[in-house]
Design a protein around this ligand. Sequence first.
Ligand code: MSP
Length: 662
Amino acid sequence: MTEPNKWYVTTPIYYVTARPHLGSLYSTLIADVITRYHRLKGQKVFFLTGTDEHGQKVAQAAEKAGKDPKTFVDSFINAYIDTWKDYEIEYSKFIRTTDSYHVQAVQEWLKKLQDKGDIYKARYEGWYCTQCETFLTETEVREHTPTHSTRSAASDFAKASTDRQGERDIVPLCPSCGRGTVYLSEETYFFKLSAYQDKLLAFYEENPDFIVPKERAKEVINFVKKGLKDLSISRTTITWGIPFPGDSQHVTYVWADALNNYITGVGYGQKDKEQDFKFWWPADVHVMGKDIVRFHAIYWLAFLMASDLPLPKQLLVHGWIKMDDQKMSKSLGNVVDPMDLLHKYGADSVRYYLMRHMAITHDGNFSIKDLEQTIASDLANDLGNLLNRMVSLAQKNDLMMVPEQAIWDESAVALRDECLNMLEDMESYMDEYMFHMALPRIWKCIHQMNVFFHAREPWKLVKEDRQAFIQIIAATCHALRTVAYVLWPFMPEKMAELLASLGKPSDLHNNTLEQLELGRWNQSFTLTHIAPLFQKPELKGEAVEPVSTIPAVDEITIDDVVKVHLVVGTIEACEPVEGSDKLYKMQVNFGDKGMRQILAGVQKYYKPEQLIGKQGVFVYNLKPRKMVGLESQGMMLLAEGADGNLQMTTVASPVPNGTRLR
Ligand code: MSP
């Protein structure tokens, strides 16, 4: 029996051949955000991470370093533990596959499968990628054998099988990492994977949401439909691995060892932990990169089916962080050390950037410029400055104790409603792991808070109507408190600072989210002036002048016309750009196409409230440009009137946001 109020999340366990890089941080961070979000929802969460320490890849790296494998892996463990600590990764347990309880439990598990008749001994002949620790299928060998060979690719597998590695020019390349493979021919133990083919296909069909995103499921299903061969699960040509029970010549195949961490980490195979295992298993979500889906969606499920254990509920498959469109990886030498970033920008800024910038299920390029831009604009400008301005103004006017308000005026009620809408939207994005959508939605609310604060001009109002002034400060405090809680899974330390500045504790008792959703703005606040939450990095982006002229009238063809995407969007938030007397920074809602930040030089012609809520027409596929250090992700179409005033262009009656003009 599993308790519904528990949540069990895992990361892949990392090969310890070097220090963690940004890609490893990314998987771990996703699991941490999920963990904290479920804690905010009041659930008990178990978050398992760790290291994958056996196998040929690790053994070879150790040999290269002139160390025995255990000493070699031990030398990197602290780098993992320290990096996770500095990045505020709140895991429940760190598992190492060399831990004795794991080793014993894997051996017990193998014995059970042997007794059940799911394991048999035979000869393995085929190609193996050490880098990915994976066996290639015949189809993969056929499809990934270099074509410069004089033989036809179709005959390569048969030929290669007899040639072994005698002829280097026909070594197939690994379909996943592109490196050369090695030919294995050895006596091994096999797991009867083929016996689970139909059960697996039935499971995928009955559980269409098992793999997120769904597209990845298609690849898995196609692979299984092509026919599963039994899986070799032991090796005799290496010694660095879990000894195979009852046969000292064999060590366990590293994936058969590693995948089991998900159950041994919560107590499987440990007499004193049976209750823990029953409580936590099955996992609610296994987080992983797209390169290792097959191992989880096929081998892992089949292993569990063979063991009569419940199956995990979901696989969350993320894309790769790339540098100049190449996967960031240790062997390509293009890795970014998370610790360098942390020292320069701080953990929370990097956490925010990775979760905001990367669409979780897609690959994304990492760029220092974008990171700096995001810190300056979202964190320092939009959020940090609002807190700073509000507290400074309160301090200047002797209002560090902000009393509870009995009634709220219309604009405060509108802001509270926006906070409630944000909570609802945020929750539905977070439940789907769409962090890159949840954050812009939270930011839309922060923009509304800025609009509220600036439009009400509390610095003027304080002289005329102190009660109204107090109310603006109180409403801003409530709204900031709301966003601090929902941003806590992303930026735990900074949000604790923000809450401390409002005089609120950052310990999240069980029903924090539920309480916020009640929308009771019944708090008093004790303000403290703190140092700016975020420091603006020195921006490397170049300032570009705003473009607001009508295009030249050279004749163009219809092909040119279709290149331009003119799209209708609603301006959800609008505020002056600091230091510019022309530009507004707007958040424009393009429906399914998402939210965009667009800058337009129309301060002279419109007040923010005249633009907010209006539908306009925008050049949607204009390459993002920088203006006074801020990125504009499109262009607002403007018409110059006879009086020289610029007017926004709009549609005669409302159309769905995201509608393209034709
Ligand atoms: N040891 C196996 C996992 C066993 S889980 C039972 C393994 N280790 S790994 O260190 O190579 O990769 C671990 C995770 O890091 C994978 O999910 C992989 O996708 C992720 N990343 C490695 N480089 C990455 C990027 N450049 N970007 C995003 N994630 C990437 O596979």
